[in-house]
Every structure is written in structure tokens, then in C-alpha cells.
Design a protein around this ligand. Structure first.
Ligand code: HEM
Length: 484
């Protein structure tokens, strides 16, 4: 006899009618809870702001790969009504407030940082993959890790160690060219190796990176899947696939830890020496994900954009202008931010700039991708790819100009405030070095028209189906040109 039956028997003394009544009562209470929870959610969803989107629209656009355009369109509708935010209703979640308003972004990430965390919902969704790593931690657990990891990303460390790792890996990668390759795969291989060495002092084998892609994609799909918990209980469908992918990721992390020297100045060694041994697997997974996908996305979209701008390619090839390289990379991130949207959960009720009330537990979603396309933030030419907007002397005059970083609340591509991306400098150094060396040695041709390149859905901005590119050696080509 099950525990439940025993309990019922104890209560109703084996009387079948009483047992049925007990079941009926429980069903009634259960359904009432579901009904009132949904009713309250609908009520919140219908409150300010006036632009509302529902779960079916979100679901359709997510799987239709048009979620970023969908957010962009909602931002346009909200602005047309003079609103700073819009309301997103999800059947299985509290209301989400969408925004592209720089004041709201500053409020959540900088001025009222203490009131906005990743939150329990985010942590639950990424629990299996990210564990208690820095990406998935809040409060004291986050603060402790931030302090340890910050040392690794100090300017001095980057100059001394990371620059050498970047140079060696860029040179090694270029030995694989010329030829026709999927540039996205090529760049992920490079960024995976760089973060493996800078982060853990280990030469990682990127053939196992597939499990990371699967695990990230499937974890992110939980945001729009109302049935994911049920699937997890029965270990079916996407949850079964996720469990397998996470096992692959964590096995891989375990091998990295066994091979890592753990007595160097890399991140893993720092955690190890501070006695954070239980966290080591999470450290490997969090830093590999942070460093690999984002920088690979940046390099991939850089090629897409540069294919249409031979003038910018020529200027990059002139070399020796780190400010210009930074301006180009920043412009790529403005229009194609690797982390295209991000969330923050309110710890307490609050009032957002523009007068939108947010309740404890509700989330703000800021759409960095759409922010880069807002004329009030970037001017009427916001859709043009123009690196000179990030230089203090605009265009003209044959070069020069100091890099002028955009304000973080207008350009949260690296986040902002106390949780600003720790790898920002490493990203600029590693992407800049590879891009300039690549362009100096090779000509390239996209084998798909730039306007047909689509993004994939997921946590970061991968190109759907990869980016086939033909690289030809510049020296060889120049010789062929002169002999014909
Ligand atoms: C183009 C490249 C990159 C972009 C666009 C980028 C962007 C971001 C963003 C948006 C966040 C905030 C995520 C969130 O809290 O939801 C973040 C955090 C972080 N990034 Fe990056 N990132 C890049 C490269 C890197 C690299 C190379 C590393 C090195 C390992 C790195 C390490 C981190 C870490 C550790 C955090 C967590 C910081 C914290 O929560 O305190 N990132 N990054």
C-alpha cells in the first residue's frame, strides 16, 4: 500500500466514498491554485505598460527564428505610444517587462544594482549546465567569485600572459588556411583554445564543443517551454537530450581539471588555491561558455559586415591602429551583440524610469540587439555599419581618431555596472589580433550573400547553419594577378 493510500486510510478509515471525496477535494484545491495563479498573472500582464504580447506570439517567434525582430517591433510599438517598456506574458512564468530604454537599463544594471539579480528562475533554468558558477550566482556567492576571477583579467595579467596565448593561437589557426571553410567553426575553435589556455592552462580539444552547443541551446529553450519541468520529471524529449549534453559537458570539464596544472596563475589555479575546489567543474563550464561563444560570434559577424565594406578592410590591413580595430569590433557588436538580450529579476517592488511599476520576482528583459537599431540612441543612420561613430574624429582626413567607448547604458553588449563582462579586454585583444592577421594574409569571399545570413535562436548570436567562406592567400593572388 502506497504512503498516500495509507494516509487516506488513516484519515477516512477505509471508507471508499470518503476516499473519493478526499481525492475530489484535493483536485479542487489544485485546480483552484492553478486558476488563481493564471488569473493573477493575466491581471499583472494587463497592467501598465499598454503594449502587451502573449505566450503564443513569443513561442511562434522563438521557433520561427524571428524573436529579435519581434522584440524590435514591440519596442517600436511601445515608443510610438510614448512608453519605455512593454509587457510580455508567459503561461508558465511571471510577467517580463521588455525594454530598449537606456534609462531603464542604467537603473537595473548600475544605479539600483542591489535590487536586480539573475534571480531564482534564471538560476533554475541553467542549474544543470552552469551549476553555481559566476554566471549563475547572485549575492555573496557571486561577489566571492568575482573577486577571485577579477585578478586574472587585470590589465597586467592580460598584457603578460593572454597576449602571448592569443598570438600563438592566431598563428596556429591561420596555418589551416587558405581554403573553403565554415568560418563560424574556425572561430569557435580559436576562441575555445584561447580560453582553455588563459583560463585553465590546458590545450583543450574543441571536438567536444558540440555538447556545449547542445546544452546551451536546450537550456535556453526552457524559457519558452511551459512543459519543461514535466519533461524533466519523466526524462523525455528535450530534457532527456539536455541531460545527455550536460553529462558530456561535465565529463569534459572533469578531464580538463585532471589535466590542469592548478599551480599557475590561470583562473582554475586561483579558485583551487582559495579552497573553492567544489566549484572547479562549474568554473570550467562557465568560463568556456563565456569566452568561446561570444567572441566567436563577434568574429563571424565581423566577416559578414566586412564583406560589404572593402574600404574598412583596407584600413584594417594598414595595421597599427588599435583604436580603429576597437571601433570596428564595437560597431559589429552594436548591430550584432553576441548576448542579444539579457534579463534581471527584481528583488523588491520598484518603480522603473518612465513610471512602470515592477513587482518583486518579475523580470526586466533588455534587448541589446534592438537597442543598436534605435534612431534616438544612434542617430538616423543607426542601421549603417560605420565604425567611425566610435572615434573622436569622425571619418575623413585619412585615418586617426581615438576610440571613444559608447555609454554602457546605450551599449550594454558587455553588460554594465558591477557585473560588467570580465573578459571584455580579452575579447578585444583576441578578436582584434585574429581579424587583422586574417585580413592581412588572406582575401575572403562569403559563399552566401550577406543579406541572406540569418541568426540562430539561442543564448548568443550564432549564424544559422554556419558561414561558408573562401579564403585565398593574398601573396599568391597578387602574383596570379600580375602574371595575367
Ligand atoms: C565579444 C565577446 C564578449 C561579449 C559580447 C561578452 C558579453 C558579456 C555579457 C553581456 C555579460 C553579462 C551576462 C549576464 O550577466 O547575463 C558577460 C559576463 C561575463 N563575461 Fe563576457 N563577453 C565576451 C567575452 C568574454 C570573454 C572572452 C570572457 C573570458 C572568459 C568573458 C567572461 C565573462 C564573465 C566571467 C562574465 C560574468 C561576470 C559577472 O557576472 O560578474 N566574456 N559577458
Amino acid at each position: 500500500m502506497s504512503a498516500w493510500n495509507k494516509t487516506c486510510t488513516a484519515i477516512v478509515g477505509g471508507n471508499v466514498e470518503m476516499e473519493m471525496a478526499a481525492w475530489g477535494f484535493c483536485l479542487f484545491v489544485g485546480l483552484s491554485i492553478v486558476f488563481w495563479t493564471l488569473a493573477l498573472r493575466v491581471k499583472r500582464w494587463c497592467e501598465l505598460p499598454s503594449i502587451r504580447v502573449g505566450p503564443l506570439e513569443v513561442f511562434r517567434n522563438y521557433y520561427g527564428m524571428s524573436i529579435l525582430e519581434f522584440h524590435h517591433e514591440n519596442a517600436r510599438r511601445a515608443k510610438a505610444c510614448g512608453e519605455t517598456c512593454w509587457s510580455i506574458g508567459l503561461a508558465h512564468d511571471t510577467r517580463v517587462i521588455g525594454t530598449v530604454d537606456s534609462e531603464v537599463v542604467r537603473h537595473a544594471l548600475v544605479s539600483r544594482f542591489e535590487n536586480y539579480d539573475k534571480g531564482p528562475r534564471w538560476r533554475e533554468i541553467f542549474k544543470e549546465l552552469l551549476g553555481n558558477g559566476i554566471f549563475n550566482a547572485d549575492g555573496e556567492a557571486w561577489r566571492r567569485q568575482r573577486k577571485i576571477a577579477s585578478y586574472e583579467f587585470s590589465k597586467r595579467r592580460l598584457r603578460e600572459f593572454a597576449t602571448r596565448v592569443v598570438e600563438e593561437n592566431a598563428a596556429k589557426l591561420l596555418e589551416e588556411l587558405p581554403g573553403t571553410v565554415d568560418a563560424q567553426v574556425l572561430f569557435s575553435r580559436y576562441t575555445f583554445r584561447v580560453i582553455g589556455e588563459v583560463g585553465f592552462g590546458v590545450a583543450v580539444d574543441d571536438s567536444e564543443a558540440v555538447a556545449f552547443d547542445e546544452a546551451t541551446r536546450l537550456s535556453a529553450s526552457r524559457f519558452v517551454d511551459p512543459f519543461w519541468r514535466l519533461k524533466r520529471i519523466f526524462n523525455v524529449g528535450t530534457e532527456r537530450q539536455l541531460a545527455e549534453a550536460v553529462r558530456g559537458v561535465r565529463d569534459f570539464a572533469g578531464r580538463v581539471i585532471r589535466e590542469a596544472p592548478k599551480d599557475g596563475a590561470d583562473i582554475l589555479s586561483l579558485y583551487y588555491r582559495r579552497g573553492e575546489r567544489k566549484l572547479l567543474v562549474d568554473v570550467v563550464v562557465n568560463f568556456l561558455l563565456a569566452g568561446r561563444d561570444t567572441t566567436a560570434n563577434l568574429l563571424t559577424w565581423a566577416l559578414v559586415r566586412l564583406a560589404e565594406h572593402p574600404d574598412i578592410v583596407a584600413r584594417l590591413r594598414e595595421g597599427n591602429d588599435p583604436d580603429y580595430v576597437k571601433a570596428v569590433l564595437t560597431e559589429v557588436l552594436r548591430l550584432h551583440p553576441s548576448v542579444h538580450s539579457d534579463f534581471k529579476t527584481a528583488n523588491q517592488d520598484d518603480l522603473l524610469p518612465g513610471g512602470v511599476p515592477i513587482k518583486r520576482g518579475e523580470r526586466i528583459m533588455f534587448c541589446t540587439w534592438s537597442m543598436g537599431r534605435q534612431p534616438d540612441l544612434w542617430g538616423p543612420n543607426c542601421l549603417e555599419f560605420d565604425p567611425s561613430r566610435h572615434l573622436d574624429r569622425r571619418g575623413g582626413g585619412g585615418g586617426g581618431g581615438e576610440f571613444r567607448p559608447p555609454k554602457v547604458e546605450v551599449f550594454p553588449a558587455f553588460h554594465a555596472g558591477p557585473r560588467l563582462c570580465l573578459g571584455k579586454d580579452l575579447a578585444y585583444i583576441s578578436a582584434g589580433k585574429l581579424l587583422v592577421d586574417l585580413l592581412t594574409k588572406f582575401d575572403f569571399e562569403l559563399l552566401v550573400p550577406p543579406d541572406e545570413v540569418r541568426y540562430d535562436n539561442g543564448m548568443t548570436l550564432w549564424v544559422q547553419g554556419g558561414l561558408p567562406v573562401k579564403f585565398t592567400s593574398r601573396r599568391r593572388r597578387r602574383r596570379a594577378d600580375s602574371s595575367s
